[in-house]
Design a protein around this ligand. Structure first.
Ligand SMILES: [Zn+2]
Ligand SMILES: [Zn+2]
Ligand SMILES: [Zn+2]
Length: 146
């Protein structure tokens, strides 16, 4: 009985092996593309699983609100376990590091967008791109003018 069975049942889903494995894989490492998940799902317990089964499991899990996806770059979306609050993703253009931050950090921006435009923004769906602190430091050391 895995720790994810309960979450699956609470979400009204049958705890099939592929669904459980998708949750296990994402609990282990977040921000995987569907192909990466499909490669990681088959194991000794689960046996070989066709990618199409994994994609359907991912759809069901996302529909039930157990997993969520975000767009970190121009490639395929990446998936992570859904959390209650949602989080912002900061992606460093130089080293590719993904940093997660509580969505509450952007609450002021979201409130202002709602107030001024009536737009209800989902700020967790797309990543915010830029340069992480250590890459910015490095760049500054090489070229103090930046
Ligand atoms: Zn999307
Ligand atoms: Zn994430
Ligand atoms: Zn960086």
């Amino acid at each position: 009985m895995g720790e994810h069975d309960e979450a699956l049942r609470a979400a009204g889903l049958r705890a099939t092996l592929p669904r459980r494995r998708v949750l296990e894989v994402l609990a282990d490492r977040a921000h995987l593309t569907p192909d990466e998940i499909a490669r990681a799902v088959p194991d000794r317990e689960c046996g070989p699983v066709p990618p199409s089964t994994v994609y359907r499991a991912l759809d069901a899990l996302e529909g039930a609100g157990l997993v969520d996806h975000t767009h970190l770059d121009h490639g395929p979306p990446t998936y992570h376990l859904a959390d209650h609050e949602g989080h912002l993703h900061l992606v460093c253009r130089t080293c590719g590091t993904v940093t997660e931050l509580a969505a509450g950090l952007a609450a002021d921006l979201a409130a202002r967008l709602r107030r001024e435009t009536g737009f209800d923004a989902d700020l967790t769906h797309m990543a915010i791109h830029g340069r992480c602190a250590s890459c910015a430091d490095e760049l500054h050391r090489k070229d103090p003018a930046t």
